[in-house]
Design a protein around this ligand. Structure first.
Ligand code: GDP
Length: 319
């Protein structure tokens, strides 16, 4: 098989080639999918050399303002910055948090930046695959900072945390209300917490910083290698943005730990796909009728779950 026509252009960092490669990987056409997999295989040796930063927070917290401010600082300093989004809501509404590039007008036109809207179709699992592949493609194109944004709606944070080196949560100065709104499961993912809009109410922001630091401290096991950091910033004025970046760098300075996190992520992703594929293969080989009947019996309690499994698969699969 000859080398894919996009490979050379992608590796030389051409934005158009990168955009087309991501479009291939997002397509649901089988021939596009095959092409995308070939391309990914060819560029994989050139991927992996970026800092992958996940960012989340409720709508209105200032994510796009923050990402633009941070992205501009980094791009001006010579970094190549790619912004990706994971937006589960876009499947329902057809819209997307990143669909409107005017959200980051200055970053969009910066030659050192690449902004990609969220893939709009498919299940969350599908979005996760597409985002992972977009990460690889951006890295192969030479982007060394990846900012991966998601809205604060639950499952998408877990997804983004499972594909990034450091997870940043933006919050508002009203921490008391905030703390109730942020699910414990999400707090456990946080490496760096930023009280944004500190300019709007400095006293409340200071208080929020203290409360969030205490809450995160309680959640972090004492064996953890590093405590989450809580900082204040203003995406609007730019105050504190450099400090947030310093905290992100400090968090990821230990390359052994970053590698360990990535290896665990790769394995986790593989196991997830394996389970999905195994389930699909199993489902294809079993009669839907029989499966339905056994499920009904298990539900009614006339079969235990284990008996149901044995009835379906035979004794070999008994736990
Ligand atoms: P997103 O929905 O999380 O992407 O939030 P946006 O970035 O769109 O910001 C929502 C609103 O908050 C906009 O009107 C911003 O101008 C404003 N905003 C964002 N960051 C700050 C900040 O640090 N201070 C103040 N005062 N306003 C901000």
């Amino acid at each position: 098989m000859s080398v894919h026509p996009l490979t050379a252009a992608l590796l030389s960092g051409q934005r158009r080639a990168l955009a087309r490669a991501i479009t291939l990987a997002e397509s649901s056409r089988p021939d596009h999918l095959r092409e995308a997999q070939q391309l990914l295989a060819e560029v994989l040796p050139h991927a992996g050399r970026s800092l992958r930063v996940g960012l989340s927070g409720v709508p209105g917290v200032g994510k796009s303002t923050f990402i633009e401010a941070l992205g501009l600082q980094l791009a001006d300093a010579g970094h190549r910055v790619a912004v990706l989004a994971v937006d589960p809501s876009s499947q329902r509404t057809g819209g997307s948090i990143m669909g409107d590039k005017t959200r980051m007008p200055n970053l969009t036109v910066h030659p050192g930046a690449f902004i990609r809207p969220s893939p709009a179709r498919g299940a969350l699992g599908g979005v996760a695959r597409r985002t992972r592949e977009a990460i690889t493609l951006c890295e192969a194109a030479g982007y060394d900072v990846l900012l991966i944004e998601t809205v604060g709606v639950g499952q998408s944070e877990t997804q983004v945390a499972s594909m990034t080196d450091v997870f940043v949560l933006l919050t508002l100065p009203n921490a008391g209300d905030e703390l109730q709104g942020i699910k414990r499961g999400i707090m456990e993912l946080v490496d760096v917490c930023v009280v944004n809009k500190a300019d709007s109410n400095p006293a409340a922001a200071r208080q929020a910083q203290g409360e969030l630091a205490a809450a995160l401290h309680l959640l972090t096991p004492r064996t953890a290698l590093r405590q989450p950091q809580v900082l204040q910033a203003s995406a609007l004025t730019g105050a504190g943005i450099a400090e947030v970046w310093a905290a992100v760098k400090a968090f990821t300075a230990d390359s052994v730990r970053v590698q360990a996190r990535r290896q665990a992520q790769h394995s986790g992703w593989f196991e997830e796909l394996l389970k999905e594929a195994a389930w699909q293969a199993f489902e294809a080989g079993v009669s839907a009728e029989q499966l339905r009947a056994i499920r009904a019996e298990v539900r009614a309690g006339t079969l235990t779950a284990v008996q149901g499994l044995a009835a379906l698969l035979g004794g070999a699969f008994m736990p």
